[in-house]
Design a protein around this ligand. Structure first.
Ligand SMILES: *[C@@H]1O[C@H](CO)[C@@H](O)[C@H](O)[C@H]1NC(C)=O
Length: 208
C-alpha cells in the first residue's frame, strides 16, 4: 500500500492530502491498458465533481504506478462497484495487512449508505512508512509534499516542458495548460514515462 501510494503521488505530482482523496470507485479511478485516470476532488465535499483528473501512464517494471495500483486493489480485496446507491466503497489509502496468502484490507471493503470509510491519516501513513522504508531503499525523511516536489523536479530534469508539468501538477491555468489538460493524452502520458520509473527501481529518487 505504501509503495503503491508513493508511486502514485510521485507520478501524479500529488500531495498526501490529494492521495488521501482518491476513491477506488471504478468511475473515479479508471484503469486502462495504457494509463489510469485518478479523480482528485477539489475538497472533501466536492459533490459537483469540480476536482480534476490526473492521468498516469503505465510503464514497464516493478515501479509502474498503474501496475502497483492494480496489484494493491486485487490483493487488498477492494470493492470497486457498490451494489446499492449510497454504499461507500471508500478511499484507496486504507490499511492493508499483508499475510502469507497475500494481503487484505484491515477493515470492511464497503459500508452501508449513510456510513463512510475514511482514508489513513498522515500520521498513520508516516508510521507505516517508517517500517517499509528500509526495504524500499528509502532512508531520508519523507514529507507530505516530497513526492509532488520530487515528481516535478524529476520531470523537469528529464525534459518535460513547464506547461505540461504545470498542467499535470494542477498549478496554474493558462491557454497552454488548458490545451494539455483537456486534450492531449500522448503528452500527458509523457510525464509519467519520463520519470525514469521503468529504468530502475527508483522509489528512493521518487520521494526525495
Ligand atoms: C518544478 O520544478 C522546476 C525545476 O526544478 C522548478 O523550477 C519549479 O519551481 C517547480 N514547480 C513547482 C510548482 O514546484
Amino acid at each position: 500500500m505504501m509503495v503503491a501510494t508513493l508511486a502514485i503521488m510521485f507520478a501524479g505530482f500529488l500531495r498526501f492530502d490529494d492521495a488521501a482523496e482518491i476513491c477506488v470507485h471504478s468511475d473515479l479511478l479508471i484503469i486502462m491498458d495504457t494509463h489510469m485516470k485518478v479523480f482528485i476532488p477539489r475538497s472533501k465535499t466536492d459533490q459537483l465533481m469540480t476536482g480534476s483528473w490526473v492521468t498516469i501512464a503505465r510503464v514497464d517494471g516493478p515501479c509502474c504506478p498503474v501496475g502497483l495500483t492494480e496489484r494493491l486493489l486485487s490483493r487488498g480485496g477492494y470493492k470497486r462497484l457498490p451494489d446499492t446507491a449510497g454504499e461507500d466503497v471508500g478511499p484507496l489509502l486504507r490499511a492493508v495487512q499483508w499475510t502469507r496468502a497475500g494481503g487484505r484490507l484491515s477493515g470492511p471493503p464497503s459500508v452501508a449508505p449513510g456510513q463512510r470509510l475514511y482514508s489513513l491519516w498522515y500520521s498513520a501513513f508516516w508510521t507505516r512508512l517508517q517500517k517499509v522504508k528500509p526495504s524500499a531503499g528509502i532512508s531520508e525523511f519523507v514529507k507530505p509534499h516530497s513526492a509532488r516536489i520530487g515528481g516535478n523536479s524529476t520531470a523537469a530534469r528529464n525534459g518535460v516542458p513547464a506547461e505540461l508539468r504545470q498542467a499535470h501538477g494542477r498549478w496554474r491555468t493558462s491557454e497552454m495548460v488548458h490545451h494539455y489538460t483537456r486534450r492531449d493524452l500522448p503528452s500527458k502520458l509523457e510525464v509519467t514515462r519520463r520519470l525514469g520509473l521503468a529504468s530502475k527501481l527508483s522509489l528512493r529518487s521518487a520521494v526525495l
